[in-house]
Design a protein around this ligand. Sequence first.
Ligand SMILES: C[S@@+](CC[C@H](N)C(=O)[O-])C[C@H]1O[C@@H](n2cnc3c(N)ncnc32)[C@H](O)[C@@H]1O
Length: 269
Amino acid sequence: MTTFDHHERERWAGRAEAYTRSFGRLCAYPAQALLDAAQVAAGARVLDVGTGPGTVAALAAARGAAVTAVDAEASMIVWARALRAEGRFARAALPLLPFATGAFDAAVANFVINHVGDPRAAVTELRRVVRPGGQVAVTIWPHPLPPLQRLWRQAYEAAGGPPRLDLPQVAAERNFDRTPEGLTGLLRGAGLDAVRCETLSWVHRTDPEQWWAGPEAGIGQLGLLLDGAPADLRRRSRDAYDRLTDRYRGPDGQLGLPTAALVAAGRTR
Ligand SMILES: C[S@@+](CC[C@H](N)C(=O)[O-])C[C@H]1O[C@@H](n2cnc3c(N)ncnc32)[C@H](O)[C@@H]1O
């Protein structure tokens, strides 16, 4: 495991419920497009890696697929088992999965390879566990960041938060551009063929309090930036969040935040 992976384990520890109630709803949006990209249909053996609360796993099961789902974080597995009637859930982490080579028809990872320290090793492992002629499909957030994702750092900086040079990054030699070209290059480099990528854009509708509850519980970029921050910086960040989201607030008080995701897939040899 890289330093970044160790850091990620700490970030997710015990946060299944907070994630499910906040960012989990956002991450659910591209799930069907991800399963389409992976060509998931009835009878397919599907592996959902980094399943979180099991959203993608449940949708694959609803298509009639035989689903196995894993996550590095124990609380996610407990939560997914409690929420989902179907599917086998177990704890396992990229880049080493406890499955035989070619054991699945498709492997999917919804917003997971943006949380690993060695993205190419992670996608190579997803490819390994899929039989020749199967599909590997992944999603990530694009760069430049859409307004929803930009919001967190904007709120932190508007609140006068100090620069955080201490935050772990994926090592430059292992990183990839979070663009369609960067992501398709990553998948090709991991040995996948017929690689394609689409950009999904949508407006995420959410209650402002519920949306703030994510960072407040340590989830996402602002959650990370505010971890251990003094109370007055947290309060100023919340004030900045209210100001910055004002323009996205509808007459019903709900936020409509523009966002986008990259959905990419490739065929195994
Ligand atoms: C943004 S959440 C996405 C969860 C889920 N796929 C969804 O659509 O809601 C990222 C998930 O990846 C898991 N994760 C992070 N690093 C991982 C790794 N190396 N292997 C497997 N899961 C990992 C986290 O525990 C978390 O549940």
